[in-house]
Design a protein around this ligand. Structure first.
Ligand SMILES: C[S@@+](CC[C@H](N)C(=O)[O-])C[C@H]1O[C@@H](n2cnc3c(N)ncnc32)[C@H](O)[C@@H]1O
Length: 294
């Protein structure tokens, strides 16, 4: 028997290349299912990524093969298993001060403008990091607020909310513990002032942690989006890239409704609302664009 046959035979028997393959029709059923639940659309070239991510859930649930696992999801496994599948298939890359140019315009232009328009009765500014992953983005906003905005605008109360569809990343966000890679862009003075170090972990101090409220939220779920109201600034970065144009339009329209008049939406540095909506007024800054409502 050739070496190749010797290697392939056990693999077929154990189902890696045989019955338990994510075939093209099954891939299509999965991506439709995930799309309907989350708005995330897996392009054809992401088949192997999806296959390896779902495989983790096959192992964890002992469902055996892709067909049975999908049936399980559709026939009642939705409530408990769907969140686990979502946790397995979402991409959660993030880090503190990911896009310095955007955080600069928030500090130097957007918040000062929002404050100057504040009526005497309303002294609250509400900020939402939509799809916040492990919390690096809303904590970056909290650091800037604590260190630079609050001293400048002591009469304003800032509320920061972080939401994500992935329950695992939200759990990590609440713990506020990060590796060196995540905090590589944090200015050294802020790092020593607002983090404690335990072994090789950087722990966000309670004074910053308590500034952010984390909540589970699916951007593609219209009814839960209706509860998100009266925000002055929304950052929805590096998530629209995973949606197709239809779900992008739906999500952006919900975000529009979540903003106060004159509020701002920021998307990822390499993302654009061109071709998605004309409802916002694009406001150009030196290195980035913000989208203004009204
Ligand atoms: C690449 S991370 C971006 C994190 C952060 N905004 C940033 O720019 O660094 C994308 C996040 O979007 C979340 N996500 C994907 N689909 C979502 C949905 N339908 N609703 C809410 N969050 C979603 C993922 O769980 C993931 O944490």
């Amino acid at each position: 028997m050739s070496l190749l046959a010797q290697i392939n035979l056990p693999a077929r028997k154990s189902g890696i290349h045989g019955r338990n393959e994510l075939t093209a029709p099954l891939f299509d059923q999965y991506r439709r299912f995930i799309y309907e639940q989350t708005g995330i659309y897996f392009q054809d070239n992401k088949k192997y990524l999806l296959e390896s991510r779902i495989s983790r859930r096959l192992l964890a649930t002992s469902k055996g093969d892709f067909q049975s696992y999908l049936q399980f999801l559709k026939n009642g496994g939705m409530r408990t298993e769907l969140p686990e599948l979502v946790n397995a298939v979402t991409i959660n890359e993030t880090f503190f001060f990911r896009t310095p140019a955007q955080f600069d315009i928030i500090e130097q232009h957007i918040i000062p403008e929002l404050v100057s328009r504040r009526e005497k009765t309303s002294r609250r500014i509400k900020i939402w990091s939509a799809a916040c992953s492990t919390g690096d983005e809303p904590y970056t906003l909290a650091l800037i607020t604590k260190d630079r905005l609050q001293p400048r605008f002591p009469h304003i109360s800032f509320e920061i909310v972080g939401t994500d569809i992935n329950t695992d990343v939200l759990e990590n966000a609440r713990k506020g513990s990060y590796g060196p890679r995540s905090v590589r862009n944090v200015p050294p003075r802020m790092l020593s002032r607002y983090f404690s170090v335990e072994q090789d972990r950087y722990i966000v101090k309670p004074e910053i942690r308590q500034m952010v409220k984390f909540m589970h939220g699916n951007l593609a779920d219209r009814s839960s989006m209706l509860k998100m109201r009266n925000f002055d600034l929304i950052i929805c970065a590096n998530v629209l890239i995973y949606f197709d144009n239809k779900s992008k339009q739906q999500v952006v329209s919900s975000l529009y409704n979540s903003l106060n008049q004159g509020g701002y939406l920021l998307v990822g540095f390499s993302e654009t609302l061109y071709g998605v909506t004309q409802a916002f007024k694009p406001v150009r800054f030196e290195k980035t664009i913000a989208y203004k409502k009204g």
